[in-house]
Design a binder for this molecule. Structure first.
Ligand code: ADP
Length: 434
């Protein structure tokens, strides 16, 4: 090979000088194809020390040489890929100490890639997030070496960040986890807009409930007015006993408390959810739904039938979000019932809320006798902005946001048509369930 000519002469000079040589060069065969040869030669001399001939070994090492070259090229390609990738790429030990990280990761952690090895990833995770992370890593095995999760971190100088994070375990020959290779993508923007969407859907729900609420607060106000009018009448007559006054004032107090409870509840409901999920009893969300909507439904002639849960379980998430899901489902049922009632005045509208649980899941059903959902629409009702209601009435967000909330809690929101109407099911994993 023209490029190896000098190499070949140098090899020959070395053979004469030192008596043996080992080198590698290309020669072509009759067809003109080049081969890599590994050449090991030894010089034989006569009694006077003059070179007589060379003995040697030629090995065709074309394949091995090309393979090595390919590995070198691909290593280079991967190095560039890792360095130029906008994704965060790193390797870390099971105790979360980084052994390598690329520039995007270093940028997020506000250091240089060279400073990354030795840093512990757990540093940016809350206690809860860290233990969930370590637990997830602990479940990697040679059979199932890959796991993906969304993790949330507290980065230097930034608000919360969410990363979609994929881990692949690297195991030794005993199946022991040695190291983890991870690829991450910043999902914070997406998360933020999801949160905003949830928040606006929540505000829309609040608006919906304003009428029911006005009733909820008006009720105690009426009772209080009556009590005050009566007291004033008696005072005017000069006919007041302490017992009578005490009883009336206690009644006023009870009504003030009732109104305050409603207002408190609204405030809690309107707040943004905490970042971390918390275990809570889903029965609380059912109670909240009843207290916010019960009165308004009764006013519209809808019978809200709530079957109390038997026993207590805990689920992970935010109680106000689950409440928002139930409120959306009940409000949708109400709308379907009202629409049907307009056409059929004999309809006795009802909404049933009941549940069932085993050691792993709790299922909460919301069923109505509104006639159900057109089979062709069943697939689509969970899509954002899908609505069959008039413009300005429906937002089409209720079910899609509810779907997201339930999914975020590790559960599933589904619907079937029962013999009476639509039956929605919120299925959630129970905390500590197998
Ligand atoms: P919106 O209520 O603003 O229309 P949703 O996402 O909550 O948005 O609901 C989407 C659609 O699903 C509704 O417009 C309605 O057609 C249908 N739907 C939801 N719940 C029921 C139900 N209980 N009975 C009949 N149709 C329903």
């Amino acid at each position: 090979h023209p490029e190896d000519r000098d190499l070949y002469f140098e090899r020959t000079r070395q053979l004469l000088r030192e008596g043996s040589v080992r080198s590698r060069y290309r020669v072509h065969d009759r067809q003109g194809n080049y081969h890599w040869l590994l050449d090991e030669a030894k010089l034989l001399r006569d009694d006077l020390g003059q070179p007589v001939e060379a003995v040697g070994l030629w090995l065709d090492v074309t394949e091995a040489t090309l393979a090595a070259q390919q590995i070198k090229d691909s290593e280079e390609r991967y190095r560039l890929l890792v360095e130029d990738s906008p994704a965060m790429i790193c390797r870390y030990r099971p105790d979360l100490t980084l052994t390598f990280g690329n520039t995007p990761l270093a940028n997020y952690l506000e250091c240089t890639p060279a400073q990354l090895p030795g840093i512990n990833l757990g540093h940016w995770l809350s206690e809860e997030q860290r233990s969930a992370f370590v637990k997830r890593i602990g479940q990697l095995s040679p059979e199932f070496p890959v796991s993906t999760a969304e993790i949330s971190l507290q980065l230097p100088g930034r608000a919360h960040a969410w990363w979609v994070w994929s881990d692949r375990g690297v195991f030794d020959e005993h199946g022991q986890l040695q190291e983890i290779q991870a690829v991450g993508r910043d999902n914070t923007e997406v998360r933020r807009s999801q949160q905003q969407l949830t928040q606006s859907a929540k505000m829309a729900t609040l608006g919906e409930m304003a009428t029911g609420l006005a009733h909820e607060i008006n009720q105690p106000l009426n009772v209080m007015r009556m009590a005050i009018v009566n007291m004033l009448k008696r005072l005017g007559n000069g006919n007041v006993q302490i017992d009578y006054l005490t009883e009336k004032l206690q009644r006023l107090d009870a009504q003030v408390q009732r109104a305050a409870r409603v207002v408190d509840h609204m405030r809690v409901f309107g707040r943004r959810s905490e970042v971390e999920q918390q275990p809570f009893d889903p029965a609380q969300a059912v109670e909240g739904t009843q207290s916010l909507l019960g009165e308004g439904l009764r006013g519209k002639g809808v019978d809200l039938r709530i079957t109390p849960m038997d026993g207590h379980v805990q689920v992970n998430g935010h109680v106000d979000q689950l409440e928002q899901v139930l409120i959306n489902l009940v409000v949708n049922a109400r709308d379907a019932l009202m629409a049907r009632h307009e056409k059929n005045h004999d309809l006795r509208p009802w909404i049933a809320l009941y549940s069932e649980h085993d050691s792993r899941h709790i299922r909460i059903w919301v069923e109505d006798n509104g006639g159900g959902i057109d089979a062709r629409l069943l697939e689509r009702i969970f899509e954002p902005f899908f609505t069959t209601k008039p413009i300005g009435v429906g937002t089409g967000l209720g079910l899609s946001v509810s779907y997201g909330i339930v999914e975020n809690m590790g559960g599933r929101l589904s619907v079937v048509n029962s013999e009476h109407g639509a039956r929605f099911c919120v299925e959630l994993p129970v905390v500590g369930g197998g």
